[in-house]
Design a protein. Structure first.
Length: 89
């Protein structure tokens, strides 16, 4: 892209010489700038396609599953204060 901008700058500087050849510099600039842009677009497309074909997808092994969480749950009834020995009765 930067190369294209440099080329356009040099082209812009030299386009005035086209008037000596009895050609309209504006028309010449438009035509050649359009052609240069199409060439740039073609190079970009070719580069993208080349890079896409070089891509190699690598899959990482999934991490091992985490061990299940185990909770110690103590159940108590309505009349039990200490659920283990029934001392509340």
């Amino acid at each position: 892209w930067m190369e294209y901008l440099t080329q356009m700058e040099h082209f812009r500087e030299g386009i005035a010489l086209r008037a000596y050849g009895q050609r309209d510099p504006l028309v010449e600039y438009k035509n050649e700038a359009f052609e240069m842009f199409n060439e740039l677009r073609d190079r970009i497309e070719s580069s993208i396609v080349a890079n896409i074909y070089r891509v190699q997808v690598q899959r990482n092994a999934p991490p091992p599953p985490a061990p299940p969480l185990v909770r110690q749950v103590t159940e108590s009834g309505p009349g039990e204060v200490d659920g283990a020995n029934g001392a509340g009765r």
